[in-house]
Design a protein around this ligand. Structure first.
Ligand code: AMP
Length: 188
């Protein structure tokens, strides 16, 4: 049982770690970016609305994201835990999530902040080669991260939910630290 929010800039390693940890604990890895990319690939209405924002590295409007997250967290596989990767990304989204979890009688165990310097992020993202990983889009995404998402570090620190991890370490080292953190979470 674990309920975790992974916070960090694009390229910080959230997705890689979330995938491994979610599988190890039999809980869903909920990546809003993955859900949106799938919607784009399937050319659904959501995908058509989201695509232009994603291609530019802009945030998709909240109205497209909030219902999607609410629906996903209400699915039966999310009852016993989840890892949120890429959500929340703004203080407004975090406030929405707070209210939603309160209504659902759930609470997040930890918000894990992946700390990685910008120059390392840029090198990693250029190496990843995803469609939205061109240099100008990467710069835009990092700028938006610093402006809109980084304030969540203080938001969650003030609630004493924040745990920071050095995301420059190897995948294995980060994985070990996360495993240790999760092993300390008790049953509800
Ligand atoms: P990611 O895979 O998390 O880097 O997300 C890829 C893209 O999807 C982002 O650059 C945004 O355009 C969009 N996106 C993902 N999650 C969110 C979110 N919580 N709020 C707004 N846009 C998002």
């Amino acid at each position: 049982m674990a309920r975790l929010i992974f916070l960090g800039a694009p390229g910080a390693g959230k997705g890689t770690q979330a995938q491994v940890l979610a599988q190890a604990h039999g809980i869903p890895h909920i990546s809003t970016g993955d859900i949106l990319r799938q919607a784009v690939a399937e050319k659904t209405e959501l995908g058509r609305k989201a695509q232009a924002y994603m291609d530019q590295g802009e945030l998709v409007p909240d109205q497209l994201i909030l219902d999607l997250v609410q629906e996903r967290l209400n699915q039966s596989d999310a009852v016993s835990g989840w890892i949120l990767d890429g959500f929340p990304r703004t203080v407004a989204q975090a406030t929405f999530l707070d209210n939603l979890l309160h209504k659902m009688n759930q609470s997040c165990d930890y918000v894990v902040n992946f700390e990685v310097p910008d120059e390392v992020l840029v090198a990693r993202l250029l190496g990843r080669g995803r469609k939205d990983d061109t240099e100008s889009v990467i710069c835009n995404r990092l700028e938006i991260y610093h402006e809109q998402t980084a304030p969540l570090i203080n938001f969650y620190q003030a609630r004493q939910q924040l745990v920071s991890i050095d995301g420059k370490q190897s995948i294995e080292q980060v994985n070990q630290q996360l495993a240790h953190l999760v092993s300390g979470i008790g049953s509800p």
